[in-house]
Ligand binder design. Sequence first.
Ligand code: GDP
Ligand code: ZN
Length: 292
Amino acid sequence: MTGKIIRGVGGFYYVRAEDGYVYECRARGIFRLEKVTPLAGDDVVIEVSDETDREGSIQEILPRRNALIRPPAANVDQALVIFALSSPDPNFPLLDRFLILMRREQIPALICFNKTDLTDEEECQRIAEAYRGCGCRVFFMSLKEGEGREEVRDCLQGKTTVLAGPSGVGKSSFTNWLCPEAEMEVGAVSRKNRRGKQTTRHTELLRIGEDTYLLDTPGFSSLFVNDLTPEEAREMYPEFEALADQCRFQGCMHMAEPGCAVKEAVAAGRVSAMRYDSYCQLIRELRDVRRF
Ligand code: GDP
Ligand code: ZN
């Protein structure tokens, strides 16, 4: 029988099989020998050993379309990164790093700003404008007021989507709305931390519809992309790439060089200063890392 791994905990894998039931499975020893770790999202062949207790073993991992290291997951179609417009205030450099991470893995990302009820229309416009050239679709919603959420949900249909974003932005609220059975804990950030929720939570694949899965990952607060070279980082900003052939120097890093088309576009307001600042910050960090 085939199925999909929805969760892996302490050597056990929970496989939602084609018969609709979830089986608790062990992986065959051969995977360990071959240093293959089954991942949430893997399509697998299982052999059922106990029909009543729904136990079995994973016999085979079917070919993967892709595999992510962080979060550990296979066969991911896209990422949905949620930030709040306020409470907590958006950390745009962090958002940009997340986009870089996904771009490197060639996983399309959707950006969703939640809590429109806490800000005004002009602020949303300003942000939409800043991310216009980033290569990702941008959504705005208020889960509190039920605005804009259907549009985001429709983009998930038939896909496996990694859900990411800092604590407190509304990920659990969104998941609960999509999948009330999942019953994620919604609430104060501090309470979660005190109870060590971050450390005990596991990557879990939630089935939210036919062939539709949401991969819930523990929140992230910082992302390190310092194994990137500055040259690689430059390619992660599509709106700069589009201008690069107009820079005076070939291979322009858009930093201190004269005659830089990107800097001119930023000065003229055609490219977001916010995106450019996060780019400069990243390049400086990457140059620092390589100096040691
Ligand atoms: P998570 O940490 O990302 O899972 O965020 P939660 O879903 O736990 O939400 C954090 C807090 O934000 C909760 O108190 C929610 O009720 C609140 N919240 C979620 N969506 C909205 C929204 O659209 N507007 C407002 N004002 N608050 C929201
Ligand atoms: Zn340039």
